[in-house]
Ligand binder design. Structure first.
Ligand code: B16
Ligand code: MG
Length: 218
């Protein structure tokens, strides 16, 4: 059975993943090292402070105080929020709105499960709040993906069991978290990066919504 669709936000609903990368790259450059898109892949879906740790490790920087790390993370977040000011409803990724429409008219519940503390701001800017039953984000969870917490909380708030949920994720950490939550996962992105997903699509546009619904068992 398929009763609920749980969406990651950054990189699935809206292309904010590129802004995260731009801001982390800018921080790395300021600290004196280059940071590639490939290295950035492991930061996707991971919390802000854990992302910073991964970035510093990639740059060979150790022994920073907690206070210095806080400063660096807020610097990155200020730049990220600066990039977000350009966001409009037109930045919702191709096929997402019509997929949400199909789900809702088939009686499927919808939720966001994001690691981001900026999720409310982003959802407000792209104006899709009315398509969603539940939003769980970085402000209400303790353990970041790959921990299943964010997905389990979404299912609980939707009032459904994990096994009737499909999760849509662009990050390996998120795919892992959804599997640990006992849910089925559709990877959105490159198949080799999301190998553990039950099905992978390159975008919501790739499959006609009706076809996708039948593929995943409505
Ligand atoms: P923030 P998602 C995640 O969002 C991003 O993929 C990840 O790159 C980011 O570090 C994390 O949110 C925290 O975001 O700094 O805005 O609180 O993909 O889970 O929607
Ligand atoms: Mg994501």
């Amino acid at each position: 059975p398929f009763e609920a669709a749980i969406f990651d936000l950054d990189g699935v609903i809206v292309d904010t993943a590129k802004f995260h990368y731009q801001a982390w790259k800018r921080l790395a450059e300021e600290l004196g090292f280059a940071f590639s898109e490939k290295e950035n892949e492991q930061l996707k879906g991971v919390s802000r402070m854990e992302s910073l740790d991964l970035l510093l490790r990639a740059g060979g920087i150790t022994n920073l105080t907690a206070k210095r790390k806080e400063t660096l993370a807020s610097r990155k977040n200020e730049w990220y929020k600066e990039y977000l000011t350009t966001l409009t409803p037109a930045d919702v990724l191709p096929g997402v709105r019509s997929f949400l429409h199909h789900l809702r008219s088939s009686g499927i519940k919808t939720a966001i499960a994001s690691a981001s503390k900026n999720a409310p701001l982003i959802l407000d800017k792209v104006n899709i709040g009315s398509w969603l039953d539940v939003v769980v984000d970085g402000n209400s969870i303790v353990k970041a993906k790959p921990d299943p917490e964010v997905f389990l909380q979404a299912a609980r708030l939707l009032g459904v069991a994990p096994f009737v949920c499909y999760v849509f994720e662009d990050a390996a950490a998120g795919v892992e978290g959804a599997i640990r939550a006992g849910m089925r996962v559709v990877g959105v992105g490159e198949e080799q990066l999301l190998a553990r997903a039950h099905l992978t699509v390159t975008s919501f546009e790739q499959l006609e919504p009706v076809f996708l619904l039948s593929r995943i068992g409505v």
